[in-house]
Design a binder for this molecule. Sequence first.
Ligand code: BJW
Length: 251
Amino acid sequence: MTAELDAQSLAAARGLVADAASIMVLTGAGVSAESGVPTFRDAMTGLWSRFDPEELAQEDAYRRQPALVWAWYLHRRELVAATHPNPAHLALAALAARKKVTLVTQNVDGLHQRAGSHDVIELHGNLFADKWLDGCGRCDPATAIPGTPPRCGLCNAMMRPGVVWFGEELPRVARYRAEHAAETCDLCLVVGTSGLVYPAAGLPGVARDHGAHVIVVNPQPSALDQTADIVLRGPAGVVLPRLWDEAAAPA
Ligand code: BJW
């Protein structure tokens, strides 16, 4: 394992990308950091600085303090809506035009899609989707009673963000597709994740156990460094465009 963004490890990583027939990319919050979206475990700022994101991202927290948690998600929606994809998102979208790429993200910000990536597998849902907590089955956003949070006009159920909180099952199809990609890829590229949250953090190990090479891109040490063949220490927006500008170009 090499832990520097030196010429040798970059060249080796470019070689792996060039030779790969099927690439699974697993992204985390770090891929959006250069867009100005704070990473999940960054200290929160301003009004939110006294809260722990891991404690807010739970159904229990929502049931106890729905107005607070709903307001946190509204704040994050506004923040993300004001950002733009960065060179890392754009590089990943460009790679998919040249290679078979399965893009699996833990992010809920939708920036990969805005960069032009299609068929993104969202393991933890999406910040801009709403669903219902204990809904009656006939809950309809169009007739919701406005509030913090909005409520179903028929059964008074609370609207909730369409993300996956701790202790909740991941969307089954997304999880199945991500596991299949991990089992069948020949290169797994892990970008901007601390590698602390499962089952997503288990995917690079699955890929490795099935014979794939693993590259980690992260400016800081992560829990997945030990799974990697190559660790590229640098920001995703700097490293990714250098990984396949020429390496993946058609001959
Ligand atoms: C840069 C950069 C730059 C900075 N360039 N990089 C096995 C072992 C132990 C525990 C568990 C286990 N299996 C399950 C669990 C429990 C739990 C879990 O994993 N807990 C751990 C914390 C210990 N998992 C769950 O509860 C999951 N559910 C589950 O397993 O259900 C089982 C079940 C089965 C059947 C029925 C019912 C249940 C669900 C996990 C859901 C996670 N959801 C969140 C919140 C989403 C909504 C929201 O955003 O509010 O998803 S948590 C949060 O963490 C978010 C993220 O997607 C996820 C991962 O974080 P990420 O992306 O890694 O971000 P950070 O901030 O941690 O790291 C950023 C990285 O970027 C850093 O490394 C920086 O260095 C780097 N970086 N700038 C590149 N420019």
